[in-house]
Design a protein around this ligand. Sequence first.
Ligand SMILES: Nc1ncnc2c1ncn2[C@@H]1O[C@H](COP(=O)(O)OP(=O)(O)OP(=O)(O)O)[C@@H](O)[C@H]1O
Ligand SMILES: [Mg+2]
Length: 311
Amino acid sequence: MKDDVMQALLEKARTLTEALPWIKRAWGRVAVIKYGGSAMTDPALRASVAEDIVLMKLVGVNPVVVHGGGPDVSMYMERLGMTVEFRDGLRVTDDAAMEVVKMVLVGKNNKELVSAINTHGRWAVGLSGDDARLIQARQLDAALGRVGQITAIDTTVVLNLIEDGFIPVVATVGVGDDGRSYNVNADTAASAIAVALDAEKVIFLTDVDGLYADFGDKDSLISALSLSEAVDSIASGRLSKGMVPKVTACVHALENGVERAHILNGTIPHALLLEVYTDAGVGTMITREGLAVSREPDRVMREDEVTCPNE
Ligand SMILES: Nc1ncnc2c1ncn2[C@@H]1O[C@H](COP(=O)(O)OP(=O)(O)OP(=O)(O)O)[C@@H](O)[C@H]1O
Ligand SMILES: [Mg+2]
């Protein structure tokens, strides 16, 4: 065999062995993956994300997908001649808008993601917060209509699906005690579900490379961040738009037992695999300790964290 061919093959083997400690670390644990509306509109990208999710499942992680779909909801509302209005980043959702939210998130976006995953086999099952009362909510503010605040997560149906080998895909519509549907923030829901499932990690796939110290400076991407630094960045007032709920969701997850939160660019093919299974990673990783926890898995793995059989 030619030297260069052999080198290329060895490189592939190296990639696989580099993944080994990461695979062991997360084996048998839950990873909640929040797929952002802004990153989920392109079918080719959706296919690549679906491939990564199935691969994760096959190497022993239990992915639970939680998705938004804001841009699509706005597009359909506009098509129907409805007014699209946001206040402090929250969509003003009257009863008619809630119907559109539900139709688009549950009927369209959820099923697109489920079908993309299921081109690889019988894996994904789509759910919304109404199913088995998975996401319970109440009205946040009468002025915002049917915008919901999460009151409880009932993980029963998700755990049953994981137990049976499926990948749950959750549209973030909440259900109230009044039986009505509420529009809940997908980042907040992903974090609440990760906490309720005692997930090892929560991953936010969005449309930027991660968290920037200064969003105007493309060289300021933060690779690793501690919980307290994340809290400071929210307080700094320098985050805008969707980054505030996202970093807040990361903080909530870490404060309640999730070990790692990642913010990644879902528009880069295979960002998920690169972040989760390589030493370098590609986005922003938030842990309680920050940089002190390097991206080298062996140094951060404690005996009691290893769930892989035969360890
Ligand atoms: N410091 C920052 N670093 C990175 N992104 C930032 C920062 N401050 C603000 N942003 C904005 O946050 C956006 C990501 O949040 P956004 O809510 O738009 O996407 P999403 O949550 O992935 O999608 P969706 O809300 O539809 O589910 C980026 O596109 C960027 O414009
Ligand atoms: Mg958002």
